[in-house]
Design a protein around this ligand. Structure first.
Ligand code: OGA
Ligand code: MN
Length: 283
């Protein structure tokens, strides 16, 4: 087993693990090693780790409670609500229609997973099941480095702020604004601290996502402006990691200290199929 840091030397953001055998995933030592690597590098790729659904769920279960989708079954491809489908496959298992208006989805926006829930995703596990010949990378930003780089008077202003998050805000950014009263009722806004401290590394980080609406207790406009400014700051190239996918990659990331986004991929020939499982924050 070998851990190879990715990205800028001297900056601990992104690593890949080589030569880990599938049966080693079951050991305490491997789970501890992955938790350590996540606390340090935030984004960790395990190369050459083919997983089926059962093995992915068994692994996710070792990190904490697994998120269950509440989406209506008619809008889901997979029967098991603990697994989501990421890629370009529609609910019937065919390639998505690249010309359909809904094709570009909210994964293209900078986000952290499930930030619109009271218990958002802590760790996401994403395993590559089928990749096109030139797979689009997934991009990450280091929200710890983004925090570190802020001037100290700015840090003092931000440290105690709370952000209101809503899935409706996130969807509106992709052009979906037609929500029924029932949908609005089922998606109440939640609040999260803007600045977090990691329980293991002790590092502080900004916590934002495309669901971030405004700052609690501030005039809406002023809060939105601040959020936009911080998103712009955090998504500078200096804080970026672009993850190049390989066949049988398993990627894990700590959502509490990162944001990520998909990069555009439209194909009428090649399948891109990944399985997503999220471990949520402790209650
Ligand atoms: C995700 C996600 C990005 C991608 O799986 O949570 O945002 O590149 N995916 O598919
Ligand atoms: Mn995501």
């Amino acid at each position: 087993m070998l851990i190879e840091p990715l990205g800028h030397p001297g900056r601990e953001f992104g690593a890949v693990i080589h030569d880990l055998r599938p049966e080693e995933l079951r050991t305490e030592a491997t789970i501890a090693m992955l938790n350590d690597a996540l606390a340090r590098y935030a984004v960790v790729g395990v190369q050459g780790m083919p997983l089926d659904d059962e093995a992915q769920l068994a692994l996710a279960d070792r990190f904490g409670p697994i998120h269950q989708s509440i989406l209506d079954a008619s809008r889901r491809r997979l029967a098991d609500r603990r697994l989501n489908d990421v890629g370009n496959i529609d609910v019937k298992g065919n390639l998505k229609d690249a010309t359909a208006p809904a094709y570009g989805d909210s994964n293209l926006l900078w986000h952290s997973d499930l930030t619109f829930l009271a218990r958002p995703a802590r760790i996401t596990l994403l395993s590559a099941r089928a990749l096109p010949p030139e797979p689009p990378p997934t991009e990450y930003v280091d929200m710890r480095a983004a925090w570190d780089a802020l001037p100290s008077d700015r840090k003092a202003l931000l440290a105690s702020l709370e952000v209101e998050h809503s899935v409706l805000v996130q969807r509106a950014k992709c052009g979906f604004t037609d929500f029924t009263d029932e949908e609005r009722r089922q998606a109440p806004a939640v609040r999260h601290a803007l600045v977090r401290q990691h329980p293991v590394s002790g590092r502080r980080s900004l916590y934002l996502s495309s669901s971030a609406s405004h700052i609690v207790g501030w005039p809406l406009d002023q809060g939105r402006t601040l959020i936009e400014e911080l998103l712009e700051h955090a998504t500078q190239p200096a804080f970026l990691l672009s993850y190049a996918w390989h066949a049988n990659d398993l990627l894990l990331w700590d959502n509490s200290v990162t944001m990520h986004r998909a990069t555009p991929f439209e194909s009428t020939e090649h399948r891109r199929e990944l399985r997503w499982t999220a471990v949520v924050e402790a209650a």
